[in-house]
Design a protein around this ligand. Structure first.
Ligand code: ZN
Length: 72
């Protein structure tokens, strides 16, 4: 699942507990569905220490992304 993550993003993602990962992936806003949806994760990158998860809405297939703020 982390195959297409850039290495820094993969490292950051692995530090997030699995339970929290699940909650993140299940709670992504889709503008098309106008609802929180499950993301089908495709890639992840890091920009200004913010982890950006990118993929498709599991419901409608539209591109969605989820930003994970830096840890303290
Ligand atoms: Zn959708």
């Amino acid at each position: 699942m982390t195959g297409q993550f850039i290495p820094a993003a993969a490292r950051r993602w692995k530090r997030i507990p699995q339970e929290a990962q699940g909650k993140i992936l299940a709670n992504v806003w889709c503008g098309n569905c106008r609802d929180s949806v499950q993301i089908v994760l495709e890639t992840a990158e890091i920009e200004s220490k913010v982890l950006i998860l990118k993929g498709k809405c599991k419901t409608c297939g539209k591109d969605v992304c989820r930003v994970v703020e830096p840890e303290n």
